[in-house]
Design a protein. Structure first.
Length: 151
C-alpha cells in the first residue's frame, strides 16, 4: 500500500477529526467535537499539521510549529499513530520528516515535551537523537521532559 507524508488540511480527510479525538482520549484530554474543531483550526493557523495518508485515510499525525524566528527552535507536538498502524516505523518516519522540514525552514533545533511516564515515546525520541534539556508541567499538573534535537 502506498503512503504519503504531507502537510494536511484536516478538513480534507474524513477521519482527521476522529484521529485527533482518539489522540486526546489516549492522553486523557476529553474535548467535545466542537472544541476539537477549534483546536484543529488553531493547528492549521499556527502550525504545520503533517500526516501520513494511506489510501485517502490519515493514519498518523503530528504538528510542527516553525514560528519562533528569534530562537530558530521548532516545536514538535501531538504525535499520534492509529493503533492498528503502530510498530511499523511510522512515528519514526514522522520524527525524521520533522527534522528535514524544520531545517528547510531555517530552524536549528526541534523541541518537544513528553510525559515522563510515556516510556515508548521517550524511547522513540531518544532513538531519533533527542536529548533531555529540562522538565516542565503542561496541561495542568502533568510532569514532562523537555527534549531537544539539534538539526
Amino acid at each position: 500500500m502506498s503512503e504519503e507524508i504531507k502537510i494536511i488540511e484536516l478538513k480534507e480527510l474524513d477521519n482527521a477529526l476522529d484521529l485527533l479525538m482518539d489522540f486526546n482520549r489516549e492522553i486523557k484530554i476529553y474535548k467535545t467535537e466542537e472544541e476539537m474543531k477549534q483546536t484543529s483550526e488553531k493547528f492549521l493557523k499556527l502550525g504545520n499539521p503533517i500526516g501520513i495518508v494511506q489510501e485517502g485515510k490519515l493514519i498518523a499525525y503530528f504538528n510542527l510549529y516553525c514560528n519562533n524566528y528569534e530562537t530558530l527552535e521548532a516545536y514538535f507536538g501531538n504525535l499520534y499513530v492509529l493503533k492498528e498502524y503502530r510498530k511499523q516505523g511510522l512515528a519514526k518516519k514522522l520524527v525524521y520528516y520533522s527534522f528535514d522540514f524544520a531545517k528547510e525552514k531555517g530552524f536549528k533545533k526541534v523541541m518537544l515535551n513528553v510525559a515522563k511516564d510515556n516510556v515508548p515515546a521517550i524511547k522513540l525520541y531518544e532513538g531519533c537523537g533527542f536529548e533531555y534539556t529540562g522538565e516542565s508541567k503542561i496541561m495542568g499538573d502533568e510532569d514532562t521532559h523537555i527534549m531537544c534535537k539539534i538539526i
